[in-house]
Design a protein around this ligand. Structure first.
Ligand code: SF4
Ligand code: F3S
Length: 106
């Protein structure tokens, strides 16, 4: 399974949803998640993310382990998103900022 990690928060570029063949992305106010039971591990989304926020669960960077659980949890409650939309106007400013987990809105 692939996992959306911390750097997506407040960037939310949504390039990823455009390429997913099974439409397994779910959208919250300022973050996206992948449904782990629906992802078919095609890896198409990983290179599409301008914020480099998507990783295979086997290759998560240090400190991002909690996002496995968070993707599973939030994919159950957030609505599906299958089409790209405009990112937040300040997306670029937030790209790469540390500790964005504190800003995650549910
Ligand atoms: Fe969708 Fe493939 Fe990315 Fe899984 S790895 S979320 S199936 S694009
Ligand atoms: Fe987030 Fe990257 Fe998709 S910033 S919305 S995972 S393209």
């Amino acid at each position: 399974t692939f996992v959306v990690t911390e750097n997506c928060i407040k960037c939310k570029y949504t390039d990823c949803v455009e390429v997913c063949p099974v439409d397994c992305f779910y959208e919250g106010p300022n973050f996206l998640v992948i449904h782990p039971d629906e992802c078919i591990d095609c890896a198409l989304c990983e290179p599409e993310c301008p914020a480099e926020a998507i990783f295979s669960e086997d290759e998560l960077p240090d400190g991002q382990q909690q996002f496995i659980e968070l993707n599973a949890e939030l994919a159950e409650v957030w609505p599906n998103i299958a089409e790209q939309k405009d990112p937040p106007e300040d997306a670029k400013e937030w790209d790469g900022k540390p500790n964005k987990i504190e800003l995650l809105e549910r």
